[in-house]
Design a protein around this ligand. Structure first.
Ligand SMILES: Nc1ncnc2c1ncn2[C@@H]1O[C@H](COP(=O)(O)OP(=O)(O)OP(=O)(O)O)[C@@H](O)[C@H]1O
Ligand SMILES: [Mg+2]
Length: 317
C-alpha cells in the first residue's frame, strides 16, 4: 500500500508541482495517473522511490515512511520505467536488464533465464537481441527493454511513466495486454502514468485525474466516465472515453420482464450497446432474447440512466 498524505512538492525555483496530495494506492492495484503536461505526474511518481523528496507531507509504503527505508532496498523493490528511454548505451541489452538482479546478488544462470523469459514476453528473440547495444534497436524496441528491465528483479511495486508512448498501436496493445496479464497473475502494485484516456480506461483499476498538481478525481474507469466530477474531467475523457462505455454489453441495461408488444422484434442479449441505442431512438421498450427465451427488457430510460450515471448514486435527483 502506497499512501500520500498531504504531499506537496515545491521546486527550488518556487514551482509548486504537487499540492496537498492525499491518496492511497492499494496493494495489487493498477493505479493510473492522467492529466495534462506539467500537472505533476512525474513528480508524484518520483516521490515514491525518492528520486524526488517531498517538501511537505509524507509518502509511505506499507505504513513506513519512504525516508525510513534503506534507499537501495527501496529502489530495488520498486521497478521504474522512466518517461525517457534510459538504457545504458555502452551495455548490451542483457547487461541492461541484469542491473538490478546483479545488485541483488542473483547468480548468472538465474539472470540469463530471467532475461530470456522477459525478452520472449515482449516478442524479442533472445538469441538475436541479448547481445545487442541499445542503439542497435528501434525506439519502440528500446522502450520494451525499458519496461522489462523494470520487471527484472521481480519488484513488488512498478512505476511506469508513459512507458508505451513510442510504440505503434499494435505493439502498444500487446504490451498493455502483457501488463494486464502479468498483474492478474502476480498482483504487483502498478503505478502508471499516461496521457491517453483510452489506455487509462483499459488498464486502470482506478484512475487519478490530475490538474495543476492536485487530484481532481480518483475513481474507477466506469465511474469516471459516468460521473465526471467536473467539466475539466469530462473534457479530458472526451469522446474516446464515451466510446469505451458504448462498447460494453447491454446487460446492465436489462430490467425485469415487463409487458411488451408481443410483435416487437427482440434484441439479442449479445447485441452491442450501439445497436440497442439505435433502436431505442424509435422504440421505448425492447424485449431481450437469450437462447430463445425472453429474459427481460431494455428501455430508453434504463439505457439513459446507465449512461448518465444513476442520479441517486450522485446524491442528487
Ligand atoms: N527540476 C525542476 N525544477 C523546477 N520545476 C520543475 C522541475 N521538474 C519539473 N518541474 C515543473 O513541475 C511541474 C510538474 O512537472 P512534472 O514533470 O511532474 O509534470 P508531468 O505531469 O509529468 O508532465 P508531462 O506530462 O509533460 O510529463 C511542471 O510545471 C514542471 O515545469
Ligand atoms: Mg512526466
Amino acid at each position: 500500500m502506497i499512501r500520500f498524505e498531504n504531499v506537496t512538492k515545491v521546486y527550488k525555483d518556487g514551482t509548486k508541482a504537487v499540492n496537498a496530495l492525499d491518496l492511497t494506492i492499494e496493494k495489487g492495484e493498477f493505479f493510473v495517473f492522467i492529466g495534462p503536461s506539467g500537472c505533476g505526474k512525474t513528480t508524484t511518481m518520483k516521490m515514491i522511490n525518492r528520486l524526488i523528496d517531498a517538501t511537505d507531507g509524507t509518502v509511505s509504503i506499507d505504513g513506513k515512511n519512504v525516508h525510513d527505508y534503506d534507499i537501495h532496498e527501496l529502489r530495488w523493490n520498486i521497478g521504474y520505467v522512466l518517461q525517457q528511454i534510459a538504457l545504458f548505451p555502452h551495455m548490451t541489452i542483457e547487461e541492461n536488464i541484469a542491473i538490478v538482479p546483479e545488485l541483488r546478488g542473483w547468480n548468472a544462470e538465474k539472470i540469463r533465464k530471467r532475461t530470456d523469459e522477459l525478452l520472449e514476453m515482449v516478442g524479442l528473440d533472445p538469441d538475436t537481441y541479448r547481445t545487442r547495444k541499445p542503439n542497435e534497436l528501434s525506439g519502440g524496441q528500446q522502450q520494451r527493454i525499458g519496461v522489462i528491465r523494470a520487471l527484472a528483479a521481480d519488484p513488488d511495486i512498478i512505476l511506469m511513466d508513459e512507458p508505451f508512448s513510442a510504440l505503434d498501436p499494435i505493439s502498444r496493445e500487446k504490451l498493455q495486454q502483457d501488463i494486464i496479464d502479468l498483474q492478474k497473475r502476480i498482483h504487483k502494485t502498478i503505478v502508471f502514468v499516461t496521457h491517453d484516456m483510452q489506455e487509462a480506461l483499459a488498464l486502470g483499476d482506478r484512475i487519478c485525474v490530475m490538474k495543476d498538481g492536485e487530484a481532481v478525481q480518483i475513481d474507477t474507469p466506469e465511474a469516471l466516465v459516468r460521473r465526471p466530477a467536473s467539466d475539466f474531467v469530462k473534457e479530458f475523457i472526451g469522446n474516446r472515453g464515451q466510446a469505451a462505455v458504448l462498447e460494453g454489453s447491454i446487460e446492465p441495461w436489462i430490467r425485469p420482464l415487463q409487458e411488451t408488444d408481443p410483435l416487437k422484434k427482440p434484441i439479442s442479449f449479445t447485441a452491442d450497446r450501439k445497436e440497442a441505442l439505435q433502436r431505442l431512438v424509435t422504440e421505448d421498450m425492447i424485449p431481450v432474447e437469450r437462447n430463445g427465451q425472453i429474459v427481460g427488457t431494455i428501455t430508453r430510460e434504463s439505457a439513459v440512466q446507465f449512461l448518465a450515471g444513476r442520479a441517486e448514486e450522485r446524491g442528487r435527483v
